[in-house]
Ligand binder design. Structure first.
Ligand code: ARG
Length: 466
C-alpha cells in the first residue's frame, strides 16, 4: 500500500503515505487555481534570493524561465497535476526541479506555510477587485432601470403592507446604497490583504539573510507611496486566517443584499403586485403548468445567499480553538473561499443580467400608488402645520381612516362635514393633501424621496458609478 518516499519532505520517512491518506490529504484538486499566484510568489522569492546573494543571478534566471514555461503549460491545460504531490506548491516545485536543477534552491528560507499565505493574499487582492467590478456593473444596470422609469411611483412597504408612496428610483437607489457598501467592503478586504507573509517561514522566520521588503515590493505589497508592507509577527503570519473570514463575510453580506433585492423582484413580478416583468432569459417555465414563468434567477440569488453564509460559518468554525500556529486543518480554508468567490461573482452577474431585462408595468404601479390611504401620514402633518400636537393629529387621522372604512369610501372621498366633526383643525383644503405630486415634492430633505432629492441622487449615482 505504501508509496515510495515523498520527494519534498520524504527524507525522514521510511514509508510513503497510504493510498487512502493521499486521497484524503491532497488539495491540488482545488488549490491548483492558485498556480498563477504561486508562480508569481516563487519568482519574487527567487529574485530576492538573488538580490541578497543566496543564489546567483544565473540560477534566478533559470528558475524564472522554468516557472514561466510551467505557467504557460498550465494556462494551455497541458500541465499534468499529480495528487500524490499533495498541493499546488509541490506540484509546481517538483515539475520545476525536474526541468531546472537550479530550482532545488528555490525553497530556501521559505515554507509552504508562508507560501500558501502569500498565494492567498495575492488571490484575495485579485478576487476582491474582480468582485468589486462585478458589483459595480450590477449597480450600473440598476441605475439604468431607475433612469428608464424616472417618473414611476410605487408604494413603499413596511411589514409588507403599503406604507407611503415613493419614486421607484428611490427604491432602486436603496439597492445601490447596499451594493455600494458591498463594493467598498471588497476593496477594504483587498487593502487588508496587502501585507506580504513571505519570510515568516514555517513559524519562526529563517537564519538566512533574506530581504522581506524586497519581496514585498516585487509582489506589489506596498502602500500608496510604494513603501513595502510586510507582516509583523511570523507566528501570526502563518496562523492567521482573518482575511479568509473577512472575504467570506463580505461575500455573505453581499449575498444577503442580493437575496433581499431578489425577494422584492419576486414579489413585484407576481400577479398580485404586477409591478415588473422579468426577462424571459432569466426565468424558467414549469414542466407541468404551461402558463408559468418562474423567477428562478431571483430565487437562486436567495438560495445562493444561504450557501455564502454557510461558507463563512465553515471558516469561523475551522479556525475557532485552533492552537497557534499552522495546523493542517487550515487546508480546508480554501474550498469555502473559492466557492464564495465563484458564487458571489455569479450572483453579481445575474443581478446585472436580470435587471437589464426588467420592464415596469406603469399602469399597475400607478394603480397601486393611487390609494389615498398612503398619504394618511401627510394628513396628520397637515394638522401639525395647524398647531395640533402630532399624537393628537395621528389619533384624529386614525379616526378619519376608520370612518372612511365604515362608509366604504376612499379616504379623500369623505365628506368634509364628517372630517370636520372628527377634528376642528381640518379645513376645506384638507383634500389637497392627497395630491401625489404635491405630497412627494414636500419631501425635500436629504435622503427623502421628493423629486428634487431624487434628481440629486441621480446625479450623485451617475458620478459615483461612471
Ligand atoms: N496545502 C497546504 C495548505 O493549504 C499548504 C501548507 C502545508 N503546510 C504544511 N506544513 N503541511 O494548508
Amino acid at each position: 500500500m505504501a508509496k515510495s518516499s515523498q520527494a519534498t519532505w520524504g527524507g525522514r520517512f521510511s514509508a510513503g503515505p497510504a493510498e487512502l491518506m493521499l486521497t484524503f490529504s491532497e488539495s491540488v484538486s482545488f488549490d491548483r487555481r492558485l498556480a498563477p499566484f504561486d508562480i508569481q510568489g516563487s519568482k519574487a522569492h527567487s529574485a530576492m534570493l538573488a538580490h541578497v546573494g543566496i543564489i546567483s543571478t544565473k540560477e534566478r534566471d533559470a528558475i524564472h524561465r522554468g516557472l514561466d514555461a510551467i505557467l504557460a503549460e498550465i494556462e494551455a491545460g497541458k500541465f499534468t497535476w499529480d495528487t500524490k504531490l499533495e498541493d499546488v506548491h509541490m506540484n509546481i516545485e517538483q515539475a520545476l526541479t525536474q526541468r531546472v536543477p537550479e530550482a532545488a534552491k528555490l525553497h530556501t528560507a521559505r515554507s509552504r506555510n508562508d507560501q500558501v499565505a502569500t498565494d492567498m493574499r495575492l488571490f484575495f487582492k485579485h478576487a476582491c477587485r474582480l468582485l468589486a467590478e462585478k458589483v459595480l456593473n450590477a449597480e450600473r444596470t440598476i441605475l439604468s432601470v431607475a433612469e428608464d422609469n424616472q417618473d414611476v411611483l410605487v408604494p413603499g412597504y413596511t411589514h409588507l403592507q403599503r406604507a407611503q408612496p415613493v419614486f421607484v428610483a428611490h427604491h432602486l437607489f436603496a439597492y445601490l446604497e447596499m451594493l455600494e457598501r458591498d463594493r467598498a467592503r471588497f476593496l477594504e478586504v483587498a487593502e487588508h490583504a496587502n501585507w506580504c507573509p513571505l519570510g515568516a517561514g514555517a513559524i519562526a522566520g529563517t537564519t538566512l539573510p533574506i530581504d522581506r521588503e524586497f519581496t514585498a515590493k516585487e509582489l506589489g505589497f506596498v502602500d500608496t507611496k510604494g513603501r513595502p508592507q510586510v507582516t509583523q509577527n511570523s507566528m501570526d503570519t502563518v496562523a492567521d486566517r482573518d482575511l479568509f473570514i473577512e472575504f467570506a463575510h463580505a461575500c455573505a453580506l453581499f449575498g444577503v443584499h442580493a437575496s433581499r433585492i431578489a425577494e422584492d423582484l419576486i414579489l413585484w413580478a407576481s400577479a398580485e403586485f404586477n409591478f415588473i416583468d422579468l426577462p424571459d432569459t432569466f426565468c424558467t417555465g414549469s414542466s407541468l403548468m404551461p402558463q408559468k414563468k418562474n423567477p428562478d434567477s431571483c430565487e437562486l440569488l436567495r438560495g445562493k445567499s444561504a450557501r455564502l453564509q454557510g461558507n463563512l460559518h465553515t471558516l469561523l468554525t475551522l479556525v475557532k480553538g485552533l492552537p497557534l500556529t499552522y495546523n493542517r486543518d487550515l487546508q480546508e480554508d480554501k474550498p469555502p473561499v473559492f466557492d464564495s468567490f465563484d458564487q458571489a461573482g455569479l450572483c453579481a452577474d445575474v443581478i446585472a443580467g436580470t435587471f437589464a431585462g426588467i420592464t415596469m408595468d406603469r399602469a399597475s404601479c400607478a394603480a397601486a400608488v393611487k390609494d389615498p390611504a398612503l398619504l394618511a401620514t401627510d394628513l396628520a402633518d397637515y394638522l401639525v402645520n395647524k398647531g395640533v400636537p402630532f399624537r393628537e393629529a395621528h389619533h384624529a387621522v386614525g379616526a378619519v381612516v376608520r370612518v372612511a372604512e365604515k362608509m366604504g369610501v376612499r379616504l379623500n372621498e369623505l365628506p368634509f362635514e364628517e372630517v370636520k366633526r372628527i377634528h376642528a383643525g381640518f379645513g376645506p383644503d384638507w383634500v389637497d393633501v392627497f395630491d401625489l405630486n404635491r405630497a412627494l415634492s414636500m419631501r425635500k430633505g436629504t435622503g427623502m424621496p421628493g423629486p428634487a432629492q431624487v434628481k440629486k441622487q441621480f446625479e450623485r449615482w451617475k458620478k459615483l458609478l461612471a
